[in-house]
Design a protein around this ligand. Structure first.
Ligand code: MEV
Length: 563
């Protein structure tokens, strides 16, 4: 028996196995003719009575829609005779004065509210405004599927072939293969390999592999990619894959003479450099230029040093190119020493790959950005305000760019690219004008559209490195359908921009913690032993009650199973 003050709000959670009513049938998948393997069932809750010995609880209503309050979803196999659902309702007990309440009876009504698996514009059935070439990346409800079903779905949609489908289940990198990659290997180390859906880049749908340990990153990209679709998705372009190599002539006593000698010898040095990778031009790459720079070390309080640095520009075609560039740099070294009569110090690539920039952009109609609590035009204005903060303040800019790199690094990892190189290049580029700035820009256009853009150096490849030996990297590259380094960089730039949009939209509205806590609650539910089909129900209760302890999750799970 509880004593409730007037206008009490009483949370009610029912965890129960209910029979599937006849009304809930399996449907078939439009365009694919396959059975719909999972579905959502909604129920409504109607408070039927409040048992009150004093009879003082005069009127009872539920929060939300009059008479109903629903927060439930469940997934089940079509053949199942019962489903477990969580129903949680907030019952408002209205009484003129304090009420004695011994129980609240609620009645649960089933709704026939089953989303079709692949509605309009999705796999196998597109809306009229979508071009029909290639598989679509628009896969509603992808996040609700178990991993096996996601793979099935991608295979049915021809995003994956049978071989890659099998490769994902085969355990990935073996210890034997890892032992050939680096030194002192004792095992391999796994991370989640996910895909971002809904992305459209340059009018083409892309399903993007992402490896990342942080919750919400993949969800943010998928959600923002979905919001961007009505206005055409993302546009992106990337420069040719030109990397810079450096050969440093150190402690030069007469820098002007040294520079002059090297400049005069540039045609010969170019010819020598071009012989190092003779087949590179057949892949579209090759030497693109060479220059000589005078660099001064003049840190206050220390003796000055003059250096002369030979830069060469090598188009590495579809490779990231570190090995190619370093080989050229080392090959040039004795020639540079002979020409200058000086000693060469370092010979190595530069990770400030600013001849290899990728640019992306997106346009969004504000109405697509609205949240439950905020109209879209206000959300758009706040996103621009959040970006202005990053432009003005390096402390905020670093966090803004960290969010961008959440997306970029995850694609880099999934495709076997050197994310440390990319990080180094992006941050150096962000500070190129003397203040560290955001690598993205968000502006409102006069017609009210929100326009975002990104410019980042992306030193990424689709050949060489781990792509030779790592089976998951190979499958990921095939799944993405990467048509070379520039294509991969285009998609990656779009992912970085989408990630930034997701972060700014969340930060400018409800904040990121609500989403993070939902994901955290899922982990807690799993840690408490919840099975796949129980996780959503337990997660919903933990969020509803704001209690994220594993112990509490175990109790909730016990109630769910006992019900
Ligand atoms: C968290 O990993 C990334 C964010 O902090 C990015 C941002 O603040 O823009 C949410």
């Amino acid at each position: 028996m509880a004593t409730l003050p007037p206008e009490s709000v009483v949370p009610v959670a029912v965890l129960k196995a209910f029979p599937v009513p006849d009304a809930v049938h399996a449907t078939s998948t439009p365009g694919l003719g396959l059975p719909w393997m999972s579905r959502r069932v909604a129920v409504s809750v109607v408070v039927s009575s409040v048992v009150s010995p004093s009879g003082s609880a005069s009127r009872v209503t539920c929060a939300g829609a009059p008479g109903t309050a629903v927060r439930s979803s469940c997934r089940e196999k079509p053949a199942a005779s019962a489903v477990r659902v969580l129903v949680s309702a907030t019952v408002v007990v209205k009484s003129p004065k304090e009420a004695q309440v011994s129980s609240i009876q609620i009645e649960i009504r089933w709704h026939r509210d089953i989303a079709p698996p692949f509605p309009e514009g999705s796999m196998g059935s597109r809306s009229a405004d979508e071009p029909s070439e290639g598989p679509t990346s628009r896969i509603p409800g992808f996040y609700l599927m178990p991993p096996e079903e996601r793979l099935d779905t991608l295979e049915r949609a021809r995003v994956l072939d049978e071989e890659d489908r099998a490769a994902y289940g085969a355990g990935g990198l073996t210890v034997a293969a890892a032992d050939l990659m680096i030194e002192n290997v004792i095992s391999t180390f796994a991370l989640p390999n996910a895909v971002a859906v809904n992305l459209r880049v340059n009018g083409e749908d892309r399903v993007v592999p992402m490896v990342v340990e942080e919750p919400s990153v993949v969800a943010a990209v998928s959600n923002m990619a979905r919001l961007a679709r009505p206005a055409g998705g993302f546009a992106a372009d990337s420069d040719p894959s030109v990397m810079i190599g450096q050969v440093q002539v150190m402690e030069v006593t007469d820098p002007e003479a040294c520079v002059a000698r090297l400049r005069e010898a540039l045609p010969r040095l170019k010819a020598i450099a071009a012989t190092v990778h003779p087949r590179l031009p057949t892949y579209g790459g090759g030497l693109r230029g060479m220059e000589v720079r005078h660099v001064v070390y003049d840190e206050p309080g220390y003796p000055r040093e003059d250096m002369v640095v030979l830069h060469f520009h090598l188009d590495c075609a579809d490779a990231m190119g570190a090995n190619m560039v370093n080989t050229v740099a080392e090959h040039l070294t004795p020639h540079v020493e002979a020409i200058t009569g000086e000693t060469v110090g370092l010979r190595i690539l530069s990770n400030l790959a600013d001849r290899r920039l990728s640019r992306g952009s997106v346009r969004l109609r504000p109405e697509h950005l609205s949240t439950e609590d905020m109209p879209g035009d206000e959300v758009a204005a706040r996103i621009v305000g959040a970006w202005r903060f990053a432009w003005a303040d390096p402390w905020r800019a670093a966090t803004n760019n960290k969010g961008v790199m959440n997306g970029i690094d995850a694609v880099a990892l999934a495709t076997g690219n050197d994310w440390r190189a990319i990080e180094a290049g992006v941050h150096a580029h962000a500070a190129r004008n003397g203040q560290y700035r955001p690598v993205t820009v968000w502006r409102l256009e006069p017609d009210g559209l929100l326009v975002g853009s990104i410019e980042v150096p992306l030193q990424m490849g689709t050949v060489g490195g781990p792509s030779r030996v790592h089976p998951t990297v190979q499958s990921n590259l095939r799944m993405l359908g990467a048509r070379g380094a520039r294509d991969l960089a285009n998609v990656t730039a779009a992912v970085g921009l989408a990630q930034n949009l997701g972060a700014l939209r969340a930060l400018a509205t409800e904040g990121i913690q609500a989403g993070h806590m939902r994901m955290h609650a899922r982990c807690v539910a799993a840690a408490a032993g919840a099975e796949r089909d129980e996780v959503e129900a337990v997660t919903a209760v933990l969020c509803e009650q704001g209690n994220y302890s594993v112990e509490h999750a175990r109790q909730v799970l016990g109630a769910l199973r006992g019900g």
